[in-house]
Design a binder for this molecule. Sequence first.
Ligand SMILES: Nc1nc2c(c(=O)[nH]1)N[C@H]1C(S)=C(S)[C@@H](COP(=O)(O)OP(=O)(O)OC[C@H]3O[C@@H](n4cnc5c(=O)[nH]c(N)nc54)[C@H](O)[C@@H]3O)O[C@H]1N2
Ligand SMILES: Nc1nc2c(c(=O)[nH]1)N[C@H]1C(S)=C(S)[C@@H](COP(=O)(O)OP(=O)(O)OC[C@H]3O[C@@H](n4cnc5c(=O)[nH]c(N)nc54)[C@H](O)[C@@H]3O)O[C@H]1N2
Ligand SMILES: [Mo]
Length: 761
Amino acid sequence: MSKEETPGVRPYKSPAGGWGALKAVGQALVDQATVVEGGRTLLHANQPDGFDCPGCAWPDPKHTSSFEFCENGAKAVAWEATSKRATPELFAANTLAELWTWSDHALEDTGRLTEPMVYDRASDRYLPVSWETAFAQIGAELRALDHPDQAEFYASGRASNEAAFLYQLLGRKFGTNNFPDCSNMCHEPTSVGLPDSIGVGKGSVTLEDFDHADLILCFGHNPGTNHPRMMSTLREASRRGATILVFNPMRERALERFASPQDPVEMATLSATPIASQYYQPRIKGDAALVQGLMKALIALDGEGADALDHAFIAEHTQGYEALVLQLADLTWPDIEARSGLSRSQIEEVATIYARSKATILCYGMGLTQHRNATSTVQQLANLLLLRGNIGRPGAGICPLRGHSNVQGDRTVGVWEKPSEAFLEAMDRVFGFKSPRKHGHTVVEAIMAMERGEAKTFIGLGGNFAVAAPDPARSFAAMQKLELSVHIATKLNRTHLLPGRQGFLLPCLGRTEIDQQASGRQAVTVEDSMSMVHASRGLNPPASPHLMSEPAIVAGIAKAVFGEDDTTDWAGLAADYDRIRDLIEAVLPDQFADYNQRIRVPGGFRLPVAPSERVWKTPSGRANLLAYVEVGEDAHAGDPSVLLLTTLRSHDQYNTTIYGNDDRYRGVFGRRDVVFVNPGDLAERGLKDGDLIDLSAAFDPSGRRTLRGFTAVARDIPKGGIAAYYPEANGLIGLDDHDHRSGTPAYKSAPVRMCAAADLP
Ligand SMILES: Nc1nc2c(c(=O)[nH]1)N[C@H]1C(S)=C(S)[C@@H](COP(=O)(O)OP(=O)(O)OC[C@H]3O[C@@H](n4cnc5c(=O)[nH]c(N)nc54)[C@H](O)[C@@H]3O)O[C@H]1N2
Ligand SMILES: Nc1nc2c(c(=O)[nH]1)N[C@H]1C(S)=C(S)[C@@H](COP(=O)(O)OP(=O)(O)OC[C@H]3O[C@@H](n4cnc5c(=O)[nH]c(N)nc54)[C@H](O)[C@@H]3O)O[C@H]1N2
Ligand SMILES: [Mo]
């Protein structure tokens, strides 16, 4: 074992994947006591007759063939298929005040929720309640609101298309577009930025394109942890000689080298496949300048006769080229270098590689989207591809790495606070009511409406709303001002401990479980990052006989709100999901024609993605090369005492769900209270590796927003930036500090100050 100077921190020398991954899966199954069931369950993840892995939204060719190993998918499955139960006895034994003192890990580790519960303020406890009573009381509260916009219908991205469609039907029929969803904290800059660029807010590539790309550019995503099945794609690309360039301020092991647990040679010889051909470490939030620099260098190369631009494509398919060129001409290299943190020669080197590539894919994740300027940055990524005609042909395209396994599908079927007029007209036509036209709240706007007392009811279809959001000082308090909070959930989390005047906790089936309804066993459908839609069928017995499915719970609430005589046959829809799919098809016939037939084919089908066919659904019918708009300049830019904090996922967590306290690839074990810092930034503050430090949010001069007693870990990260784990660090992120075009919080560039622990007042 290597020397450990800071307890729990030691170098991890192995490649990502490999034996470490196999061992971790075994441990996850044991910890959740799922040894037999879980192991069997795993073999059905992403199989033609099995369930869609709840882990991530990376597509899986194996929906038609054999098992593909994925450590973090296995953890997600084991976590859901656990034998632990959070029963009424747990809630009888603990007040909410007592549960509040438990860690996020301990709360979820109580296991699966088993019965519907209602909050009792007198005893500060959740008590069992019947489904009928719960629905009736929720329905009565909703009906009693003065205005439908006083309700917020939040959705996390695991809900199936069927559950999500019914949910938006419930909300719109009720009269509001208040559908804040996890996408507002995640890929909203993609959903907002790409339609202006290429006409659609989705990626343009298919999995097959990765077999034909010469060059893959990876910006701000960590697939070894968050999209592990992508590693086999990257590994295959690397082995056939494609160039992979990584842009990430942190050196992530899986992007350096990876050993496939499915490759007997790599496993036996402890060898690995290199992933990045070159690894560039831009500054935190340096990507916009970096991409502008790349375009500037590309244009210069073209001017030198290098054939670096696809002029024919630019002329035929785009507009805005001249304005973009003018903007780039005005930029100076010293400015680009200062803002990006990379040198002119590094940027020119990348531009040269890019100019030579015949087909390029550009992938990006949260490292790009969770900044004040993210929408505009995403548009620069699209520009970079368009300049060489890299959208809409084999081996090329844009590939946003989506978050939750069905976050993209939820959007497709209408969970959107800014629905298009076409979608609303179709809803009106199919359902015979007038959908509200006023756009609804994003997550940040919903919290602000709750603070002002304007939003009174919160319904959450999954998720951990208050903990995932920025600034708990505001988001927690906002939850407690509600008149009614309803959480549809599989497991207990901190947001559930913040009930409004009335509070309900409604337990639902998970993906892995058999969903038996009046017409028989049901399948649901989901859409992955590459617009593939396919069926998912659970195979485990439900965690408790009292669970209901998400569509059935939504239908139950709807029946209570609209009454038994409602024109929508809610009970009938919940009894047979084919009927829900027929309605989705009726509303979105261009996308879901023959929905029920096509999901019965193993592997499912791909939704039409216009840019893949070089069809641009923009007002001009062309793709737009868009100039960069500098929005939300950093309030503390130029202040040397201020560092930009980026917040990361560890290898042992799923968003706010903390499976364990290790972050193996980053060499952190048994703890999460660490901050990764450049040694120079430590030295300037008289600090060193292993010191206890305090962080404080620069936006709050009162010093109340702090993170105290964390341990500094010296790391190879560009100066001026530091990194800590989400959600521990969310207290340092301002609710007002978000990309104003998309509403996405600046989770990856929060201005903070750092000092020795206890130096803070
Ligand atoms: N096991 C597991 N799987 C998951 C999740 C999970 O928590 N656990 N979450 C799911 C969800 S909802 C999502 S959205 C995705 C998230 O997947 P990712 O997008 O991979 O998520 P993060 O870990 O937040 O950050 C990714 C990377 O961004 C880098 N980064 C930080 N700041 C910057 C920057 O300014 N510029 C650049 N270029 N890079 C930067 C970080 O170093 C990190 O490597 O994964 C999904 N899948
Ligand atoms: N600082 C910081 N904050 C961030 C981020 C960041 O990178 N940094 N990332 C943001 C991103 S990308 C996202 S997507 C959000 C995530 O925000 P959310 O989606 O709201 O959060 P999760 O942690 O995924 O939600 C976990 C809970 O979902 C419930 N759950 C799990 N499975 C199911 C199911 O099948 N059905 C139902 N009904 N409930 C289920 C469980 O009760 C579990 O406790 O967080 C955001 N917050
Ligand atoms: Mo996400």
